[in-house]
Design a protein. Structure first.
Length: 156
């Protein structure tokens, strides 16, 4: 009799745990990504790169990199959870397109540059160089059409 109660209790706890918790998709295996972004052979100072998977990604993983003042960057991946975003270094394997966003105060849109190359990230260290053809001149872009005020530049 006692054994049946114990089994029932253990089973009930497991079922409550499985039903009561929202299951989060785990991170895929991530691999290091280092790179440098250049324009006319010179490092691009600051900004960010977002990498967009060529095929659909049901996990909602966001792959990006912040560009340093010397044009170097390292990739990271983030995943939204019920408790906020979790950010981990590295990138998943797969084929990605990329978009570069220069530093901006947020008052205009349309400053991004789409990179023509497709990047294939593989297991192990990934090292890439990105050459952008154009960088929008000062004063380019369109004024924001929302009610959000512009932000202060990250690196003025």
């Amino acid at each position: 009799m006692r054994t049946h109660r114990l089994r029932f209790s253990v089973t009930a706890v497991i079922l409550i745990g499985l039903c009561g918790c929202k299951r989060e998709l785990p991170f895929p295996d991530l691999h290091p990504l280092e790179g440098k972004i250049l324009r006319d052979g010179k490092p691009v100072k600051g900004g960010g790169i977002i990498f967009i998977r060529e095929s659909s990604d049901p996990t909602g993983l966001i792959v990006n990199a912040s560009v340093n003042d010397d044009g170097t960057f390292t990739g990271s991946s983030s995943l939204s959870t019920g408790n906020g975003a979790v950010i981990k270094p590295g990138v998943p394997i797969g084929r990605f397109k990329a978009v570069f966003h220069p530093l901006s105060d947020g008052s205009v849109t349309g400053l991004e540059s789409t990179i023509d190359e497709v990047f294939e990230f593989k297991p192990g260290m990934n090292a890439i160089a990105i050459e952008i053809k154009t960088l929008q001149p000062k004063g380019a872009g369109e004024p924001r059409d929302d009610a959000n005020p512009p932000r202060e530049p990250v690196n003025p």
